[in-house]
Ligand binder design. Structure first.
Ligand SMILES: Nc1ncnc2c1ncn2[C@@H]1O[C@H](COP(=O)(O)OP(=O)(O)OP(=O)(O)O)[C@@H](O)[C@H]1O
Length: 272
């Protein structure tokens, strides 16, 4: 449920535009540089996946997009505006985020979790909030009787779905996903990927996703960005990215997992 007082999504231009970003953490004894002159743009309607080694700064990059980290220098523009000005207008309502571990409030029911961002607005009547949250629960494939369950009663796949419903409750044009299928068994993972693919289409969402999982990567991505050496070293369609020579890309796509990557390229020719 979009807040009508918020600025609309721009008619054209990228929804995410990052220029010369530096992310630096101040430790007691030193500074740690995570991103150095990082550039990245995400166009309307695409599913852009970010891959990179462990600790390469993928989650920190998502946190920069949400305004949860502050750039040491450089610029982060989201939905056509500098992030600082979007934050003042409540970026959380315009950018949906699915955290890696679902992050539901354990003391709230599923419905209360999904409704939470709408309640925080403090402008809508309770009945309307509940109705909007129920619509989102159904949209992610949960049943009406799941609404009153506690998170501890849910399977891993249901937790992801409930967290996704909460991320979508404000009808954001942009959705960020951190390892959406991590921890799910293969069947739940396939089901969740199918759900993400249909929601992407039906809601005309723009999606930025971090994933290690090759199946998730190839089934959903329209482009892939590779994070290495503190910046985005290549961004493009899967075939273009695989052709780029870099030790991380060789290890990630062409090592033991390479055969699966090649099978997936054949299975998903639209991604080529
Ligand atoms: N608040 C913080 N203070 C200091 N260092 C941090 C902080 N947050 C993240 N880091 C460091 O930044 C680096 C990048 O972290 P990040 O979580 O973005 O990696 P990642 O690419 O998502 O890794 P993984 O695939 O293992 O989840 C890591 O070395 C991490 O220790």
């Amino acid at each position: 449920m979009a807040d009508p007082t918020l600025p609309l999504v721009p008619a054209d231009g990228p929804l995410v535009e990052i220029r010369k970003l530096w992310s630096v953490f101040d430790l007691p004894d030193r500074k740690v540089v995570i991103h150095k002159d990082l550039d990245l743009s995400v166009n309307r309607g695409e599913v852009l996946s970010i891959v990179g080694g462990s600790g390469s700064g993928k989650t920190v990059l998502l946190r920069q997009m949400l305004g949860l980290e502050r750039p040491a220098s450089g610029e982060v523009r989201m939905l056509g505006q500098p992030l600082q000005s979007l934050s003042q207008h409540g970026a959380s309502s315009r950018i949906g985020m699915l955290f890696q571990h679902g992050a539901l409030f354990s003391a709230f029911t599923v419905l209360e979790n999904v409704a939470f961002p709408l309640r925080e607005l403090k402008t809508l009547p309770s009945r309307l909030i509940e109705e909007a949250a129920m619509v989102k629960l159904q949209m992610v494939g949960l049943k009406p009787e799941d609404a009153e369950k506690m998170p501890s009663e849910l399977s891993g796949g249901m937790i992801k779905r409930a967290a996704l419903a909460r991320a979508l409750v404000m009808d954001p044009p942009l959705l960020l996903l951190d390892e959406p299928t991590a921890g799910l068994d293969p069947d739940s993972s396939d089901g969740f990927v199918r759900l993400l693919r249909s929601l992407h289409r039906e809601l005309a969402l723009t999606v930025v996703m971090v994933t290690h999982d090759l199946d998730t990567l190839f089934e959903l991505s329209t482009r892939i960005a590779v994070l290495a050496d503190k910046r985005v070293i290549v961004v493009g369609k899967p075939r273009e990215v695989i052709a780029f020579r870099h030790p991380f890309i060789e290890e990630f796509f062409l090592g033991e997992r390479g055969q699966r990557a090649m099978e997936l390229l054949r299975e998903y020719p639209f991604a080529i």
